[in-house]
Design a protein around this ligand. Structure first.
Ligand SMILES: *Cc1c(COP(=O)(O)O)cnc(C)c1O
Length: 384
């Protein structure tokens, strides 16, 4: 029995008829760009995030870039974010000529440490991009008031956290703008690329709508330069078929996580710790720093790099899929050498990059799948 890291077959099989109908409807009306299904999806996602506006775009990376453009971020500006995330969190800053300023992560949930963010605020800081990594919100309260007072924008990278909440408020709806991705592996995954921004600010929403359409308003009249980043009507229609299932997907992911946590703890090889390290167990399970988690990924941690590499090879041999999110922290990427950061600058991010591994957690996993993973982990020679 294979246990892939992710399989979308079953999820789409049960929705096949509805997906084909949605496609057929768009085919029939022919409004392929900025069509009615896109506008309906915008309203539905905005409502899910408890925001007034949703602005759909081509993908989550563009959502981040559009947010930076909406706040006129450019040369001379600084944007504070985490070095432990997907590449797009930082490329949106450098593509506009602004400078990413990194703040290290917390060892528990691997989200950016709010105290580190506070230390990095300078007169040049224009925005902060917290990433809600793996589906759990980053802690934002410690700097929300300071940011507001100083006019610093909060752009949430909620690419992995749609459906999660932070102290009772939906993820993506807390800062000035929230950026969401519909990449197929996200909790609400499309059949291709897709993204959306959500905000409560009417002026920002209006600007984003122009920016995603070449900055044009009205058509063929351009006061500023935007991009071509729209969500296809077909993609929006397909996403609307999956949207009603989002909370049940998250519930299944939580059930799977609970199974891993209970079984691996009982097997005596794992524990959940608040500091992301264990003195008595070889395997550390993801800590909960917030009350809500939608487990876009279930990322465990081992003691050192070699153990992680051995474990990954061993699980691959057993046909259990894993992935490393992310093997190289962003401050050490070749393309960001010009920023002048060095190994050792963000020790928690570097340690996470060396010692973490994502296990299969997708909603359609069966108990047999989960048991196979648990058994394989229990039988691994941890000492070697
Ligand atoms: C997926 C992801 C993105 C980018 O989304 P795309 O739709 O793939 O462009 C940005 N940030 C994070 C944290 C992500 O996981």
């Amino acid at each position: 029995m294979n246990v892939p890291l992710l399989s979308l077959d079953l999820q789409h099989q049960v929705l096949e008829k509805e997906l084909k109908e949605a496609f057929a409807q768009v085919l029939a009306h022919g409004k392929f760009i900025l069509g009615p299904e896109m506008e309906m999806l915008e309203k539905e996602i905005a409502s899910l995030c408890n925001t007034r506006y949703g602005i759909a775009c081509a993908n989550g990376s563009d959502a981040l870039l559009l947010a930076m453009m909406a706040f006129d971020i450019g040369p001379g500006d600084e944007v504070i974010t985490t070095p432990y995330s997907f590449f797009a969190t930082v490329s949106c800053i450098t593509r506009l000529g602004a400078k990413p300023v990194f703040a290290d992560i917390q060892p528990c949930c691997l989200n950016v440490n709010p105290q580190e963010i506070l230390k990095k605020i300078s007169p040049k800081t224009k925005a902060i991009i917290p990433v809600h990594l793996y589906g759990q919100s980053a802690d934002m309260n410690p700097y929300l008031a300071v940011a507001k007072e100083k006019g610093i924008r909060i752009v949430e990278d909620a690419a992995q956290s749609l459906g999660a909440d932070y102290q009772g408020k939906p993820s993506a709806g807390i800062g000035d703008v929230g950026c969401i991705s519909f990449y197929p592996s996200k909790n609400l995954g499309g059949l291709g690329d897709g993204g959306i921004l959500v905000t409560n600010d009417e002026a920002v929403a209006e600007k984003l709508k122009k920016l995603r359409n070449h900055g044009a308003h009205p058509k063929y009249y351009h006061k500023f330069v935007g991009m071509n980043s729209r969500l296809d009507t077909i993609q929006a229609a397909l996403l609307r078929v999956k949207l009603p299932h989002l909370s049940s997907y998250a519930e299944k992911r939580r059930t799977n996580a609970k199974f891993y946590i209970e079984q691996l703890t009982q097997a005596g090889i794992a524990e959940v710790t608040r500091h992301g390290m264990s003195s008595s167990r070889p395997l550390v399970l993801p800590g909960l720093c917030q009350s809500s988690h939608v487990y876009n990924q279930f990322v465990v941690r081992v003691r050192d790099f070699q153990t992680r590499e051995n474990l990954r090879t061993y699980l691959t041999d057993k046909k259990i899929g894993t992935e490393i999110y992310y093997p190289v922290p962003l401050h050490l990427q070749d393309c960001f050498k010009f920023l002048g950061y060095q190994k050792g600058d963000f020790p928690e991010s570097e340690r996470a990059a060396e010692t973490t591994l994502a296990l299969p957690i997708y909603p359609e996993l069966t108990e047999e799948h989960l048991k196979k993973v648990v058994q394989a982990l229990a039988e691994f020679e941890w000492k070697k």
